[in-house]
Design a protein around this ligand. Structure first.
Ligand code: CA
Length: 228
């Protein structure tokens, strides 16, 4: 059964949506403020999120931004603002669709079904790299070890992906800074060491017999793979 998370502070709207979706056979989780929505998102791993823009505590755009750091879960924005700029903003920031209020229940259901069909298609064609129990989705950037989702900062994630795309090759700190942090980075190359340390901690459950981020003294780092 697919789970839909509704993040909407207007209880009446949320209730109407829940009734329609349950009738369609979806499992529904309702939350009424942004912060709680973000917490429940990590807990429930829904298949799709209906996300209101105007919310207390944390607005829909900020929630969308946070969700997109760790997940490609489909998001449909709900808003009372029929403004085309808002629609574009939503789609640019990674929303999958947009529904303006007031809406008709049947329309919401149809949009949800369409978005889920599209995302099912994406899942089939997604670009996955697997190193034993470590899996990295190169499109959605979701990292898992034995099915458990690993949450990394965007830079740490970029570094891991850069190295994992080039296994068993050694890169100096300078090259990694340039490739991951960019040419205009002004901090010290110690940032690489700290990022590697955090990534290693996050990947603690990934067995060293399968692979590791290896330090080559005086040279740099290597994403070593021992088992495909
Ligand atoms: Ca609202």
């Amino acid at each position: 059964m697919k789970t839909i998370l509704i993040i909407e502070d207007e209880q009446t709207i949320s209730r109407v949506l829940a009734v329609y979706l349950k009738h369609e056979g979806y499992e529904v989780v309702q939350v009424f403020d942004g912060k709680e929505g973000l917490d429940l998102f990590t807990q429930h791993e829904p298949d799709l999120i209906l996300l209101d823009v105007m919310l207390p505590e944390m607005d829909g755009w900020d929630i969308l931004k946070e969700i997109r750091k760790v997940s490609s879960c489909p998001v449909i924005m709900l808003t009372a603002l029929g403004d085309i700029d808002y629609r574009l903003k939503g789609l640019n920031q990674g929303a999958d669709d947009y529904i303006s209020k007031p809406f008709i229940g049947e329309e919401v259901v149809a949009r949800i079904n369409a978005v889920l069909r599209r995302s099912a298609h994406v899942l089939e064609t997604e670009n996955m790299k697997q190193f034993g129990s470590l899996k990295i989705n190169m499109d959605s950037h979701v990292v898992t070890v034995s099915g458990e989702k690993i949450v990394l900062t965007p830079k740490d994630l970029s570094l891991l992906i850069f190295l994992a795309e080039r296994p068993n090759r050694t890169f100096t700190r300078d090259v990694l800074i340039e490739s991951v942090w960019g040419l205009d980075y002004v901090g010290s190359d110690r940032a690489v060491d700290l990022a590697v340390k955090r990534i290693r901690q996050s990947l603690a459950e990934w067995p060293a017999s399968q692979g590791e981020i290896r330090t080559l003294r005086g040279l740099g780092y290597q994403f070593s793979v021992y088992q495909k």
